[in-house]
Design a protein around this ligand. Structure first.
Ligand code: 4NP
Length: 157
């Protein structure tokens, strides 16, 4: 059997967008019976929230969209991730800049914007952390779902 393909979702804090992206990927993988083909994790660029559960608005958004079994503790990206994962996805251009600054010259991972797969071409998944409500979380969820769906359609046999 061939090796699993590995995807790492990255955002600044790993408590809002990248956990949503990870949960959506995991849910699609399970629905399509692809657990033997794919692995997904998520991580932060900053260490500030390490060990924390996702923001309550991320978890409530996932629940409202039928994803009830997701659990996660924030962790920070490290150098080994660049050779463990096949794709490392950032949510916005700042993420991509920060990921590329950490990236070794030679590595396995391809660094891309998750939104580059969005058929609606909403390429940037905006940080909703400082919003006063959860509308930005629902928007991030919908963007993640469209991109993850298109990505899995492209790379799954
Ligand atoms: P995330 O959102 O990158 O989508 O997890 C943020 C969470 C925390 C902070 C910034 C963005 N922060 O500055 O603490």
């Amino acid at each position: 059997m061939s090796q699993k393909k590995r995807v790492l979702m990255i955002c600044l804090g790993n408590i809002c967008r990248s956990p949503i992206a990870e949960a959506v990927f995991e849910n699609e993988m399970n629905k399509r019976g692809l657990k033997n083909q794919w692995e997904v994790e998520s991580a932060a660029l900053i260490g500030y929230h390490t060990g924390k559960v996702p923001d309550y608005r991320a978890l409530s958004t996932l629940k409202e969209n039928g994803i009830t079994n997701y659990s996660h503790r924030a962790r920070q990206i490290n150098k080994d991730d660049f050779n463990k994962f096949d794709w490392i996805f950032g949510m916005d251009n700042d993420n991509i800049q920060d990921i590329n600054a950490l990236k070794p010259k030679e590595c396995r991972a391809k660094v891309e914007l998750l939104g580059s797969y969005d058929p609606n071409r909403e390429v940037i998944i905006r940080d909703p952390y400082y919003d006063i409500d959860s509308a930005g979380f629902q928007k991030a969820y919908e963007q993640c779902l469209r991109s993850v769906t298109a990505f899995l359609n492209k790379y799954t046999n």
